[in-house]
Design a protein. Structure first.
Length: 724
């Protein structure tokens, strides 16, 4: 017998087939009980397999009645359009609710349902049922401390004409985002959606997005895309002002506009000003992220990724994008300013150029002299940094009081062009932040590729935010939360698929997200020397993604201790005063002023740990190793230099050596010394926070017991956080 509520739901359509536990009439469900069989795999989702044997000739709607306990996104495979779905967010109301899936071309014979733990009834009807009002739900996590917790909710489209489907997607996803405690939604604001004619701005697409967010009590954190190929308006693409990057490797043009021409500046600045006029006063605006260049809209040169202009083939790769005439002119002028005369340049480059007209960009691997290669690499990275700085300045003019984050991606190579130190310093000056767009599903990898930006941001006073570089499972949810909590980050972003596309991720988020209220900067006594000069001299220094000696050794050492990175620019700006110990992981060449700063710090009481193999003693770019030779002779003033004589590969023996040396030191903070003495598995990571708390992460498939220095034992479940 059909209940009254179902009769109301089906008022607009006749029931063709149905299923409920113990009774199948044209619909079969594997197992027959309606209770899901959980999966333990972090990369899979449990599902019901459904077979439909009775169905109408035309359009059909599948009505799934479920027990609404817990949080999840209910999905069907194959999936209908978003506008043909309703009630697909499980919101833990404790009531019986229904999800609708409309198939305009007829119901499939087989499908899968994800995100339902207890299925109580399925019905197939021949016309669209009434859509139940969405329940009012309070967020599951009660955050007391302000933070930017941002996710996606399908608020993007390939064309402005897809707005109705975009809004339908948002209506399906926003209730779950709000229920999980997110307060911001990201969408891409694309230049070609807004300025479809020169100087004529139409914000109607994004006004509709913002209005939908208002209705759900959420705020907006857009990414402003004006410098990537896929966001170019037709009129600009076809204009003489559109000059693409040209790569040095192949001499081929990309549709991504070059940053060297200067012709795009007025368009970017006008766009940002118009955005500010339209949205600066809207309370819905939580903040903005900048998309100055690159494939997707990041602070970098073209790299991997193929987001094209109208489907055209996009020439893109990790390489050197300084082959256009504007880059050549810029490089030549920069070298003129640096050296003044061609004789001075020739002396530095060990060259015999007749005049500056012969100075052109080159592939770094072809440079014989160290200084020549460094000059090119420094100019190349600084050019991107200055372009991003202009963007940030223009945005601050347009949005005087808004939160502004620069998009800092990559993992540190010269080809990418992202100078994390420069960007952190710039954004600190503008009272903004940087959002790292490169996190992985693995904590140790996260640490190694984000720590340079994190260290610089904390040193210069910029805000911090984090974003995954792609897929994320429950493991990544825990790893990324720990990274944010132990760096004092104010901003944490997840693509909604990071949480909704596997069964354990939401539970992991709900168990640990409240720790964001207790986030703090770490109390760090140890820094690892970040080899800026070495990276500029060697393409193998930081290789995609984590194959370099520096990053793999950093990953190994993170299990033994917590440490910051100290870049050469940070050292010149006085960062060593924050640390008791400086550890070398890779790199034996630096600039003379940096080496002098390190030597002075050692003389005043600092401890330096250096590995001699395979490169030898630390020296300047010019080959002067006199400072290191004094250290070998024991001439270290009040400080100490410890040389590691063993093989640094693999990194674990060196990491243990560093940990043992740290345990001997008297000058470390008591809490740090206590942390170094704890007994734990290598998969357990610790962080001492400036708040006085200790935070632990077990990044492993198995539970872990940790014996603290005071004798207490902490039991950690797999991929779990602990703080006290």
């Amino acid at each position: 017998m059909i209940g009254a509520s179902l009769l109301t739901l089906l008022a607009q359509g006749a029931e063709v087939a149905s299923w409920r536990p113990g009774r199948a009439d044209g619909i079969e469900v594997d197992g027959g009980t309606g209770v899901i069989v959980p999966v333990k795999d972090y990369f899979k989702r449990a599902s019901f397999e459904i077979r439909i044997t009775k169905k109408p000739q035309g359009a059909a709607w599948l009505v799934a009645e479920y027990d609404d306990r817990g949080y999840a996104l209910i999905e069907a495979e194959p999936s209908p359009a978003q506008s043909a779905m309703w009630g697909i967010a499980r919101l833990n109301t404790g009531k019986s609710r229904r999800a609708l899936f409309g198939y305009s071309q007829g119901a499939p014979e087989k499908l899968r349902l994800y995100g339902i733990e207890r299925l109580t009834r399925l019905s197939l009807v021949d016309s669209e049922p009434t859509r139940e009002p969405l329940p009012e739900v309070r967020p599951a996590v009660d955050f007391r401390r302000a933070s930017q917790r941002v996710t996606t909710a399908g608020a993007d489209a390939a064309t402005p004409e897809q707005l109705p489907e975009t809004l339908a997607t948002m209506r399906n996803l926003l209730p779950l985002a709000r229920a999980l405690g997110f307060n911001g939604i990201e969408s891409y604001v694309k230049w070609n959606f807004v300025e479809r004619q020169p100087g004529v701005f139409d914000w109607s697409f994004y006004d509709a997005v913002v209005d939908e967010l208002d209705r759900h009590g959420l705020q907006w954190f857009p990414l402003l895309i004006v410098g990537s190929a896929y966001a170019l308006p037709d009129w600009f693409y076809d204009s003489p002002d559109n000059d693409g990057f040209v790569c040095l490797e192949h001499g081929m043009r990309s549709d991504i506009p070059t940053i060297f021409a200067g012709r795009q500046d007025r368009y970017v600045r006008r766009f940002l000003q118009e955005f500010g006029k339209h949205y600066a006063a809207r309370k819905t605006l939580l903040g903005v992220r900048l998309g100055p260049s690159g494939n997707y809209g990041e602070a970098q040169y073209p790299a991997r990724g193929d987001w094209r202009y109208k489907g055209r083939v996009l020439h893109t790769h990790i390489g050197y994008w300084a082959g256009d005439k504007f880059a050549e002119s810029n490089f030549r002028e920069s070298m003129k300013q640096r050296y003044g005369t061609i004789e001075a340049l020739n002396a530095a480059w060990e060259a015999k150029l007749p005049g500056f007209e012969e100075v052109k960009p080159f592939l770094p691997v072809t440079a014989w002299a160290r200084r020549k290669r460094i000059d090119f690499a420094q100019w190349y990275m600084d050019a991107m940094s200055r372009w991003c700085e202009k963007w940030a300045d223009w945005t601050r003019e347009a949005l005087p009081s808004a939160v502004i984050h620069q998009s800092s991606g990559g993992w540190g190579p010269v080809e990418i062009g992202t100078d994390y130190t420069y960007q952190a310093r710039t954004m600190a000056r503008l009272k903004g932040g940087i959002r790292l767009t490169n996190e992985s599903d693995n904590y140790a990898q996260n640490f190694t590729i984000t720590r340079m930006a994190s260290s610089a941001a904390r040193f210069y006073g910029a805000q911090l935010g984090y974003e995954p570089g792609g897929f994320g499972s429950a493991r990544g949810v825990a790893a990324r939360l720990y990274n944010a909590v132990t760096n004092g980050a104010d901003h944490l972003f997840y693509y909604h698929s990071n949480l909704y596309a596997n069964d354990q991720a939401i539970g992991t988020w709900l168990r640990h997200a409240k720790m964001l209220d207790a986030r703090s900067a770490p109390a760090v006594d140890v820094a690892a020397f970040y080899p800026d000069t070495g990276i500029r001299l060697d393409d193998e220094a930081i290789r995609y993604m984590w194959g370099s000696a520096f990053l793999t050794r950093a990953e190994a050492m993170r299990s033994a201790a917590e440490f910051d990175y100290a870049s050469e620019q940070m050292i010149e700006d006085g960062a060593l005063s924050r640390y008791k110990v400086l550890v070398f992981l890779w790199g034996h060449i630096t600039e003379k002023p940096v080496l002098e700063k390190i030597a002075k710090w050692v003389e005043e009481g600092g401890t330096l740990i250096y590995l001699e193999r395979p490169r030898g003693l630390l020296e300047t770019v010019e080959g002067d190793a006199s400072v290191s030779k004094r250290w070998v002779e024991g001439k270290t003033g009040k400080g100490r230099v410890v040389f590691f004589k063993g093989d640094p590969e693999p990194g674990e023996p060196y990491a243990r050596f560093v940990r043992d040396e740290l345990r001997k030191l008297d000058g470390l903070r008591p809490a740090v010394k206590a942390a170094l003495r704890m007994q734990k598995a290598d998969s357990v990571y610790w962080s001492v926070l400036e708040s006085g708390a200790m935070a632990l992460l077990n990044f492993a498939d198995d539970p872990a017991n940790v014996r603290l220095a005071d004798g207490r034992v902490v039991k950690l479940e797999p991929y779990s956080l602990w703080m006290q």
